[in-house]
Design a protein around this ligand. Structure first.
Ligand code: HEC
Length: 172
């Protein structure tokens, strides 16, 4: 092999490398900023005024619709954030929060021996169904004002559905 040819090939390759890494660096620096809400504002008021009857731009699909597309395995990964305070396996202990095996369908605030906040304890008459969990996991303090669960919530509607699908799978 000709040494000159090798040198040229080497030079071409390293130029390519430099160009590629510049490109990547630029991509990082100038990463396009995604809008918090994709899409654009719909003229909800005009639609309502026109008597269309269509609800103004529903921000989220109802939980039933999202649950139909949810994936318990993805949910299992997403609950990593909860494990500082909760156990998920059968017979798991209470930690900072009550154990969550079988929580789907359980009365709210009903694990014996767990020290719930007064706010949560007073809700035994309600059950953790998909809708309740969706509200609570979106914004714990919005669903149970005064709850002791120090967790901001899961903002992504699809992730909440995945987590609920996982919680639902934790049953006998
Ligand atoms: C910083 C600790 C902490 C984290 C993180 C946390 N929780 Fe909790 N959770 C609690 C506490 C404390 C309670 C009891 C709240 C009360 O008594 O008001 C609770 C209650 C609950 C309940 C109600 C249980 C029952 O028996 O009524 C559910 C459901 C729940 N958490 C789900 C989750 C999920 C899912 C996550 C993760 C996405 C999570 N929590 C993250 C501390 C936490």
């Amino acid at each position: 092999m000709n040494i000159e040819a090798n040198k040229i090939a080497g030079a071409v390759l390293s130029t390519l490398l430099v160009v590629m890494s510049l490109n990547m660096a630029a991509g990082i620096v100038f990463a396009p900023k995604k809008p918090a809400v994709p899409g654009f504002d719909l003229p909800g008021e005009e639609v309502a005024a026109a008597g269309g009857g269509a609800p103004a731009a529903a921000a989220e699909d109802p939980i039933d619709v999202r649950l139909a597309k949810a994936d318990a395995a993805r949910g299992e990964k997403a609950v990593g954030a909860c494990k500082a305070c909760h156990t998920f396996e059968k017979g798991g202990a209470n930690k900072v929060g009550p154990h969550l095996f079988g929580v789907f369908g359980r009365s709210e605030g009903s694990v014996d021996g767990f020290g719930y906040s007064a706010a949560m304890k007073g809700r035994n008459d309600k059950k953790w169904d998909a809708e309740a969990l969706d509200h609570f996991l979106k914004q714990p303090k919005g669903y149970v004002p005064g709850t002791a669960m120090a967790f901001a919530g899961i903002s992504k509607p699809e992730t909440r559905a995945d987590v609920i699908a996982f919680l639902k799978s934790l049953a006998e």
